[in-house]
Unconditional design. Structure first.
Ligand code: AMP
Length: 246
């Protein structure tokens, strides 16, 4: 099975090739066609299985048509930590480089002003930690009425970190006519309950069986108050040509 067998468009295949990946991991082989056809997904997959590209690649394709309105992102990815959120943003940088998608990161340790400016211009993909997401919502800086794709990543870690009430609140703000993807390394009863409540007719896939991809996962970074270099680049007043000028 190659990436070209999964239904991805040439611009995305080119970006995957540029990144040096030739063979999709088992979770990617399963997830990409299901996400592309618009179905909900429950993915049982740990970090290191390639699951991030399993949802970012098809999302880039689905979002490549259409434009975001001010303060109304078209998709939302919830991550338990800012390190994971930053890695997801890096995936969009890498795989979306031939597309004109815009995105923003809402995570602690970065300035509110920059995040708000970015949202004001309209973003296709919003990547957020739950607390920061709700904080900006309460301030009236972001509306979730246009979200058509919702990703809840690392759901069991969200549970361990006490984020489930925040997740429930956020999901209640998103219209039910949406595609929802939920990924979790394990499926405790509480996560199973959320999957039943938030997803419609999901297809269930598991990524661990095929083993990790050939490249080792990056080491976790330390949390610091300094924004990672990527963030500075993403929020710079003169974004790189990869990022669509709003
Ligand atoms: P993830 O499970 O999404 O955190 O990905 C773990 C690591 O696998 C990351 O460093 C990715 O860059 C890498 N990766 C993702 N897809 C592939 C692939 N198809 N082949 C080899 N490595 C990959």
């Amino acid at each position: 099975m190659n990436f070209s067998d999964l239904g991805l468009k040439p611009e995305i295949l080119r970006a995957v090739e540029d990144a040096g990946y030739t063979i999709p991991t088992p979770i990617q082989t399963q997830a990409i066609p299901i996400v592309l056809k618009g179905s909900d997904v429950v993915g049982i997959a740990q970090t290191g299985t390639g699951k991030t590209a399993g949802f970012t690649l098809p999302m880039i394709q689905l979002l490549s048509q259409g434009r975001a309105r001010a303060r109304m992102p078209r998709s939302l990815i919830l991550e338990p930590t800012r390190e994971l959120a930053t890695q997801v943003a890096q995936n969009f940088e890498t795989y979306g480089k031939h597309e004109r998608l815009s995105y923003a990161l809402l995570i602690g340790g970065t300035s509110f002003d920059e995040q708000i400016r970015k949202l004001d211009r309209g973003v296709d993909v919003l990547i957020a930690t739950p607390g920061r997401m709700l904080d900006l919502f309460e301030r009236g800086k972001v509306l979730l009425a246009d979200v058509r794709i919702l990703v809840i990543d690392e759901a069991d870690r969200m549970l361990d970190m006490g984020f489930i009430p925040d997740i429930e609140r956020i999901v209640s703000l998103i219209p039910p006519q949406r595609q929802t993807l939920l990924f979790s390394a394990t499926m405790p009863p509480e996560i199973r309950r959320l999957a039943t409540a938030f997803l419609t007719d999901p297809e269930e896939i598991a990524g661990a069986r095929g083993g990790p991809p050939s490249a080792p996962p990056p080491q976790p970074q330390e949390s610091t108050d300094a924004p990672p270099a990527l963030l500075s680049a993403m929020f710079s007043p003169h974004p790189t040509p990869k990022i669509r000028p709003a």
